[in-house]
Ligand binder design. Structure first.
Ligand code: V47
Ligand code: SF4
Length: 370
């Protein structure tokens, strides 16, 4: 494949990048930017597929999980968010602990391995409130992996409990926190962050929380919200900061690009990027983030068709079976209004793209191949 590509007419700097990728060498920021701006989509697919094949073979993973969104009440006002409400605003909700636990009990006899918990930053809830929630969830499902709270929620709840980050994360681990999802990263570059989510935790705080978690053996994921007012250089800056932290700690499991969806939020007028742009973004992320073991396509956000296509652009993971309790994306206009796919449907989706399907746990241990 390499020789066929190199025998075609390519600009010299693109040839250099292609050779580097096939030698599995790290590309520079300038080279990443060049790929975003100039490389054809076909070539990006070949390069990203080469890397994913080296890292993960022909396997595409999914997991059996369910989501809990305790509240959409949030002290912040991110402009891309369709979901947040103020305490007394129409459409605000907060589930009581009993309601959450009764939902969890429904999964007693189901083979789920993970519960994913994210929500708004509630002004009244501190780290102990959420820690207790985790503890009680584990009393009901002792073997479930709890992947909970974005860095933004953690930042607030730990400060509210007047603890340092290190103390707070250690305490949450004692309560039963197993890992941290990747949300809240949005776009790290200050000039863009100021325009889309100026109030929430800063880039430095997001990175510090994940670094402290990794130091306490709490693994995490990373995300990037793309396709709004950022440009390619902003995306490379974001990927570069993630790559540097991963060099330091090795604590990230997966990178999840989150496509900006436009329904019912303040940024709606800017529209959404195309499917081709989604694929370009997956591919460059896979090529650039050489120290991330996995790239995840979050199917409730981009829909089944793009998810299937993404498997030929570097993606090796499509998240989980999920459940209809997730509202973050359906409220923002995601394609799958009722986000639940059965195991059979996930396996078919993967097989149709010529890949082997495997169920994994949160930490990417393989449970079963299909
Ligand atoms: O930080 C909010 C995003 C994130 C919109 O770690 C939006 O496995 C698009 O943390 N359009 C929270 N995105 C979700 C999250 C997550 C999701 C999937 C997998 C994992 C994981 C974590 O949702 C927020 C924000 O970036 N978001 N509004 C919107 N209109
Ligand atoms: Fe709050 Fe999260 Fe929405 Fe921002 S994205 S307003 S932090 S719920």
């Amino acid at each position: 494949m390499k020789n066929i590509i190199l025998s075609t007419e390519l600009p010299e700097n693109l040839k250099t990048i292609v050779e580097k990728v096939f030698r599995q060498e790290r590309i520079t920021d300038e080279e990443g930017l060049y790929l975003f701006e100039k490389a054809g989509l076909g070539l990006l697919g070949v390069l990203a597929s080469f890397i994913r094949e080296k890292k993960n073979g022909n396997r595409v993973c999914f997991n059996r999980n369910f989501h809990i969104e305790p509240t959409n009440i949030c002290i912040y006002n991110c402009r891309f968010c369709s979901y947040r409400r103020k305490t007394d605003e129409k459409g605000a909700w907060e589930y009581s602990l009993d309601e959450i636990l009764s939902k969890v009990s429904e999964y007693r006899s189901k083979p789920v391995t993970e519960v994913h918990i994210v929500g708004g930053v509630h002004p009244k809830r501190d780290m102990h409130y959420y820690g207790n929630m985790i503890r009680k969830i584990k009393e009901i499902l002792p073997r479930v992996h709890v992947k909970a709270f974005t860095a933004i929620e953690l930042d607030f709840m730990i400060k509210k409990s007047r603890m340092t980050l290190d103390e707070g994360l250690k305490k949450l681990k004692e309560y039963g926190l197993d890992s941290i999802p990747g949300g809240g990263a949005e776009i790290f570059r200050k000039s863009i962050r100021e325009k889309i989510c100026d109030e929430k935790s800063s880039t430095l705080e997001w990175l510090k929380i994940h670094e402290t978690a990794h130091k306490n053996s709490i693994p995490s994921n990373a995300t990037m919200l793309y396709g709004h007012i950022e440009n390619y250089s902003d995306r490379i800056d974001h990927l570069s900061q993630l790559r540097q932290l991963q060099d330091k700690t090795g604590g990230f499991n997966t990178f999840i690009p989150l496509k900006y969806r436009r329904a019912n939020n303040e940024l709606s007028v800017i529209g959404e990027v195309t499917t081709l742009e989604d694929l370009r973004n997956f591919a460059v992320s896979r090529i650039y983030l050489d120290n991330f073991p996995h790239i995840k396509s979050y199917w409730p956000m981009i829909g089944r068709d793009t998810t299937q296509l993404s498997l030929s652009f570097g993606v090796d993971d499509i998240d989980g079976t999920i459940d209809d309790s997730t509202k973050i994306y359906s409220m923002a206009g995601a394609d799958d209004k009722t986000p639940a796919l059965s195991t059979d449907q996930l396996v078919t989706l993967i097989h149709e793209s010529g890949k082997t399907a495997a169920e994994r746990d949160t930490l990417y241990n393989i449970i079963r191949e299909y």
